[in-house]
Design a binder for this molecule. Structure first.
Ligand code: ATP
Length: 628
């Protein structure tokens, strides 16, 4: 189904200033994409843009896409943006506020305001690179410094973190492969070769190039996910070409890996059935925040979140203590850990809620109120060598021989090996008594490699809640709300939640949740959009059309009484029932998951799995039902 690839001949004229990639041309591409829902059209707009970049300004390729791991959502507040816009256009904040009440979209207002503005000289257009640099600078700033920036239409949206145009990672990869196929950069000088080929051979050559590039990307990004970021891939692609790409993209400290994830289970019997005849280990499942700790070759220590976000600013205390936790001779590493709130006085673990009160930015060690202890459970890289392909047994041995424990500061995750249900039950009880969430049960020797970004069945989670029969929670994206009535007038009354379907790349509604925390109202109010984007799968029924829509930004952890087939909601449509979705009954808000992006929310296949699991008579899940 891929669009026919057209060969575009190389321009021979020398480069001029005009060939710099303007931010306007990227915005034009975004607008075209926003106005269509057809995947092939989206891919071809994007391919065309990438071809132009590779040909004329390869240095703009990475800024056009933006690196993933440092690409924080900027999410600057609306009032600050209004002030910045006033400063940049010579209008008053009051006038902008009035426009805002009428039009609702700051981007449109910015465009109109700039249009009206009188200028002595036409300003130089922004380039993709200059905007990217400015966004990076802003991401590292806070508060008033933002006012100094002078932005136009789509930039306002980028700043608000609303620039979601239904463009998913997979589509970017495909378009990039197509562009590379057309304009193999670097040494291969494909253009020259092409000119000698007949049209049909040229097409075949291009198709083959697409296949190679996609395979390399797939291997790196999906199978291994050792390199989640474009930061390394794009320069390597430009310098070495598609054929050499794999060789130049290796795991290295300073670039976070996407973490390995676990499958839920319903009982200890599930675990024993799954791991019959296989060596496995049980570890405490600590209830804190995942922390991937890197020691770079230059001696710097970095901490990354579950989402590959740089948390180093949040955890200066971890960074300070790490050098004293390593044995001599350790020059670089990547550790997988859980950072847990720690009660120094009583020497015990504190609940997750305590950790969530810790400040995220500008943290000075001396001001830290909530202390953390690191529980290390895996070692993924050591002294120049990636360990992900090694067994957990080997990785754990290396972990224990390379690091030393400091009680209350840096400890190895508590573990136990036994096949007896009684032993495992006792270990589970002890973990819960020690303020943990339950157990992680992992294969130790066979099929025991570290699988970045995979929800692997070689890692099972046993939570205390499952044992009580309540089931796992879901992480859903808040996409709309009804205005409140009665006591709730002036805030939102009920929120529309959605799961993410990563195949269809759309948000599918799962139902409404009653919730009335003012913090949630305040947070979501900032993400209101005019109308639902094309990638929201929603019913036309007026009963489920909310009063306000939100951009897909906020993720909530919710717990539901149960799941049922729904004639109106769209979650997992086509998986359990060909034309009906699944809805949640009485979903209850638990907390905001700010460590998950909307694309990391519970996906459609998981919702189907939850639905199927609840309907199983037997407590034992079959092997294939472990697969989402
Ligand atoms: P998801 O729902 O996507 O699986 P989650 O973030 O909601 O992810 P859980 O399902 O609760 O997480 O369980 C996995 C998490 O448990 C890991 O991401 C990690 O942060 C935490 N964890 C605590 N102890 C361990 C351990 N010993 N081994 C692995 N992970 C652990």
């Amino acid at each position: 189904n891929e669009p026919k690839i057209e060969f575009i001949s190389k321009k021979t004229e020398p480069k001029t200033d005009q060939q710099i990639i303007s931010y306007g041309s990227l915005c034009e591409t975004f607008e075209k994409i926003e106005n269509t829902t057809k995947r092939l059209e989206i891919t071809s707009y994007l391919t065309k843009f990438f071809v132009n970049v590779i040909e004329n300004a390869p240095d703009s390729l990475l800024p056009s896409i933006g690196p993933e791991y440092d690409g924080k959502e900027l999410g600057i507040g609306e009032s600050l943006l209004m002030k910045a816009l006033a400063g940049a256009t010579g209008r008053t904040v009051k006038a902008i506020k009035a426009d805002m009440e009428e039009k609702g979209d700051l981007g449109t207002i910015a465009q109109a305001s700039k249009g009206k503005q009188m200028m002595m000289m036409k300003p130089k257009p922004h380039t993709v690179n200059s905007v990217f640099e400015a966004l990076k600078t802003i991401a590292n700033f806070s508060g008033a410094s933002v006012l100094e920036f002078n932005y136009g239409h789509n930039k306002e949206k980028s700043l608000e973190g609303k620039l979601r145009i239904g463009l998913a990672h997979q589509t970017i990869l495909i378009a990039l492969s197509h562009a590379v196929a057309q304009k193999e950069p670097g040494k291969l000088n494909v253009d020259k070769e092409y000119l000698k080929l007949s049209e049909s051979k040229r097409q075949a050559y291009l198709a083959e190039t697409v296949a190679i590039v996609k395979q390399v990307f797939r291997q790196i990004n999906i199978d291994f996910s050792e390199i989640p970021s474009y930061d390394m891939i794009i320069p390597a692609l430009l310098e070495h070409g598609s054929r050499e790409l794999a060789k130049h993209c290796q795991l290295s400290p300073g670039i976070p890996l996407k973490p390995m994830l676990a499958h839920p289970t319903k009982s200890l019997t599930d675990v024993l059935n799954r791991f019959e005849g296989v060596a496995f280990t049980c570890e405490y499942k600590y209830d804190g925040e995942r922390a991937q700790i890197h020691l770079l070759k230059d001696g710097r220590v970095m901490v990354y979140s579950r989402n590959s976000e740089n948390l180093s600013e949040k955890y200066p205390d971890i960074i300070e203590r790490m050098p004293s936790c390593v044995n001599p001779g350790i020059k670089s590493f990547v550790l997988d850990c859980e950072a847990v709130a720690w009660d120094i006085k009583h020497q015990c673990i504190l609940p997750f809620q305590v950790l969530s009160t810790r400040k995220r930015k500008d943290v000075q060690t001396k001001d830290i109120q909530v202390q953390v202890c690191i529980f290390a459970f895996d070692l993924l890289y050591l002294n120049g060598e990636a360990l992900v392909k090694e067994s957990l047994k080997k990785r754990r041995e290396l972990l224990k021989s390379s690091f030393k424990e400091f009680p209350g500061q840096f400890e190895f995750a508590k573990s136990m090996e036994s096949n007896s249900v009684d032993d495992i039950q006792n270990f589970l009880d002890a973990s819960i008594a020690g303020n943990c969430e339950g157990l992680m049960v992992k294969t130790l020797e066979v099929e025991a490699s570290y699988e970045p970004s995979k929800r692997s069945r070689n890692w099972l989670k046993v939570k205390k809640d499952y044992i009580n029969g309540m089931g796992d929670s879901l992480d859903l994206v808040v996409i709309g709300a009804f205005m409140g009535k009665g006591k709730r007038t002036g805030t939102y009354g009920a929120y529309l939640l959605a799961c993410y379907d990563d195949d269809k790349e759309e948000y599918q509604t799962t139902g409404f949740s009653d919730e009335n925390l003012t913090e949630n109202y305040k947070l979501l109010k900032q993400h209101v959009i005019d109308s639902p984007p094309s990638y929201y799968a929603i019913s036309d029924s007026p009963n489920v059309r909310p009063d306000v829509w939100f951009s897909p930004t906020v993720v909530w952890e919710v717990k539901a009484a149960d799941l049922s087939i729904s004639p109106v909601h769209k979650a997992a449509i086509g998986i359990v029932d060909p034309s009906k979705g699944i809805s949640l009954r009485f979903p209850r808000f638990i907390r905001v998951r700010d460590d998950k992006t909307p694309e990391n929310a519970t996906n459609a296949t998981q919702v189907a799995e939850f639905y199927n699991a609840q309907n199983l008579n037997s407590v034992t899940l079959q092997d294939d039902e472990f697969e989402y």
